[in-house]
Design a protein around this ligand. Sequence first.
Ligand code: MN3
Length: 208
Amino acid sequence: MAHVLPDLPYPKTALEPHISAATLTYHHDKHHAAYVKKLNELVKGTPLEDKSLEELIKTQSPGMVYNQAAQAWNHTFYWHCMKPDDSGGNHTPPSGSGIEKQLLKDFGSFDKFKEQFTAVAAGHFGSGWAWLSLGKDHKLIVEGGHDAFNPLSDGREPILTCDVWEHAYYVDYHNERPKYLQNWWNLVNWGFADKNLTKAMNGGAKNE
Ligand code: MN3
């Protein structure tokens, strides 16, 4: 079964004014699509043809197959990590939610978590991702990942991610990654992060 490019979970204009329809058009229809297409070409007719993206990420060493599979997975996850900015200015996790409690427990406060995540995302050199992930010890950590890196490779469960490849923000913010990050916080889908945390605590996040 060939891998399929999933539709965006919202219209292309849904993340405006923070992320434009033009960015989503390029990012989803061109970049994300290319990773899926390339992966299908690489695995066709090989023993990897029927492996899921998760299986490929967990079993392949960094290389062409890993990179395309992880980029395909990461982008689908990233789309779900965002939602329209319709919460009336409140961009923190819902009070009393599992994700709020766990962030308080592991970082001391939401602001400290946000500061750490932003620092990792802003300071990441070159292309990559900023991740909030859950370790086997059931502690949340913030980590940067180069290129296509996905925490599943190291046995951690992804909870939230921000794409810091230049193609994620160049159309809207040019070289100003910090400005993209500042606005990205207005789009975070805390319901999705909360769901991922619950699943991770019970044995594993699924990208759906
Ligand atoms: Mn990208």
